[in-house]
Ligand binder design. Structure first.
Ligand SMILES: O=C(O)CCC(=O)C(=O)O
Ligand SMILES: [Fe+2]
Length: 502
């Protein structure tokens, strides 16, 4: 396993100027005094000065460009420093949580910014006070993705309570896609012919496919019916038809193309994704167990995000792994695409959208039990110099297949009860909001070899479209005023699909 972490090297070129230029006339042809004049005028000539100044300016511009690059890749909080959650050892306590006034301004959509913790460098340790009188260490594990380890985030007692609450609630099989084990596939239609799919979509059986038929049949919570890429391909084909309808022949052309490998984003990651575990969801709102509320408040303190964002995010997902359980490498969030709305804000936007995706700015993973053998969380490409999806599968070695290649990942974390990992699934957009999916945030879970592993995912949902996020928060606030309790809003607005099992 390559555990090396490396920073980007900046190559600097030294410019050398040859000050020993010779006059073009033969040396011996000139009297001594003339020779001296020629040499001095070469060194101090206007042209020489201009060249030096040009190189000097280019150098300065390079330095400024480098600083801007670093600034925008780490988010605007990095240079300003005022928004970061933590302080270096000896620098005192972290900044207080954002005030209510700041949050209201954000909710009105006038000022949006997402604080981002600075990583500084791999191994860098910062201190963070999560509750008064309890300061814990936060260590940078990688810069790509921006990943931190916080030992002692939960006490032993808190781990026990969360596990017991999950058991009390009851756990269900996680959505898995192991072909041949009778489990649901992410592409249940792959075994159907294009004629069969056409017929299924053709609601009125008139032999023609209209847009509303594709849309109404294909909408799904998790994209398992038709993948977003399939849909895009089919709709693009439809739009290219002057009649606005697809015959079976037209459909065959677009559908068959959409099934080809390479036509789908991350085809490997989608089609072969495997996972085995059990999970449940624990609501963390006002009426919930005080430990769950405390953990949510701690996530607010740790991330420095506006509390409204964290409070309107998904419930806590608790997962139990038994012997042999695992999860292939995956992303917790989705690529930011304007045509695919986020699940958490869907009611505040265009509900005729085809599919919806999870938009999770960051993940805070709690280890609720320690594990001796297996069960590590792996980040196979953490701090790689480059990310190339094709390179994940090379020479028969598939880095996303954690059952086979867990030991080949760049970074593996052994579960220790009470430790939390925090990583950003998205980059900054350079303007203080959430940007593109960070491809280096790919991670998985190695097969468990001994004991039982318990973890919990605390995901913070953010819409890459900050106006959509603002609309959603305004809508929640309005409903909150109109009804008596916040629980109703959660049930009606926020992750109702996830709450159904609560
Ligand atoms: O259990 C782990 O170590 C990772 C879990 C995970 O990545 C997930 O549930 O999304
Ligand atoms: Fe994950």
């Amino acid at each position: 396993m390559d555990e090396d972490h490396f920073m980007e090297d900046e190559e600097e070129e030294e410019e050398e100027f040859d000050s020993s230029d010779k006059p073009s006339l033969p040396y011996n042809a000139l009297p001594r005094s003339t020779r001296m004049n020629v040499q001095r005028s070469n060194v101090c000539s206007r042209a020489y000065f201009v060249v030096v100044m040009v190189f000097f300016h280019v150098y300065i511009i390079n330095v400024i460009a480098l600083l801007l690059y670093v600034h925008y890749n780490n988010g605007p909080g990095d240079l300003g420093g005022g928004d970061v959650a933590v302080s270096d050892p000896g620098n005192g306590l972290p900044q207080p949580a954002p005030s209510t006034a700041e949050l209201q301004v954000e909710e009105q959509g006038q000022s949006f910014s997402l604080p981002r913790i600075e990583g500084i460098r791999v191994g860098h340790v910062q201190w963070v006070t999560l509750v008064p009188g309890r300061t814990v260490e936060m260590k940078t594990l990688s810069l790509k993705p921006l990943l931190f380890e916080i030992p002692g985030f939960l006490s032993e007692e808190e781990c026990r309570v969360v596990v017991q609450l999950a058991q009390l609630k009851g756990l269900m099989d996680s959505h898995t896609t192991t072909p041949g084990q009778g489990q649901e596939s992410h592409h249940p239609l792959l075994s159907l012919s294009s004629e069969e799919v056409f017929s299924l979509l053709d609601l009125n059986q008139d032999g023609l496919l209209q847009k509303h038929e594709i849309v109404s049949h294909s909408r799904s919570q998790d994209g398992t019916w038709l993948s977003p890429d399939n849909l895009r391909q089919i709709l693009t084909g439809l739009e290219a038809c002057s009649t606005g309808m697809l015959t079976l022949g037209d459909f065959r052309q677009v559908y068959d193309v959409s099934q080809l490998p390479g036509q789908q984003h991350s085809v490997k990651l989608h089609s072969d994704f495997k996972k085995r575990s059990k999970h449940t969801w624990l609501y963390q709102g006002q009426e919930s167990h005080h430990v769950l509320q405390a953990l949510r408040n701690r996530v607010i303190s740790l991330t420095r995000l506006p509390s409204a964002l964290v409070e309107l995010s998904e419930p806590l997902q608790v997962i139990r792994y038994e012997h042999g359980d695992f999860s292939d490498a995956h992303y917790d969030s989705s690529p930011s695409r304007s045509e695919t709305p986020c699940s958490h804000t869907r009611l505040a936007g265009n509900t005729s959208a085809l599919t919806e995706v999870s938009c999770r700015y960051l993940t805070v993973l709690f280890y609720l039990s320690s594990v001796d053998d297996g069960g590590e969380t792996t980040f196979p490409v953490a701090d790689n110099r480059t990310y190339e999806e094709q390179a994940l599968v090379q020479d028969g070695v598939d880095l996303t297949d954690t059952q086979q290649t867990c030991d080949k990942g760049n970074l593996r974390m052994k579960p220790t009860a009470g430790t939390a990992l925090l990583w950003y699934n998205h980059l900054s957009d350079g303007r203080g909001w959430m940007g593109e999916l960070d491809e280096y945030s790919l991670h998985g879970d190695c097969p468990l070899r001994r004991g039982v592993k318990w973890v919990a995912n605390s995901w913070v949902n953010v819409d890459p479209d900050h106006q959509q996020q603002a609309r959603y928060q305004r809508l929640v606030a309005q409903r909150q005023q109109a009804t008596s309790g916040i629980e109703d809003h959660y049930q009606s607005l926020s992750h109702s699909d996830l709450h159904q099992d609560l």
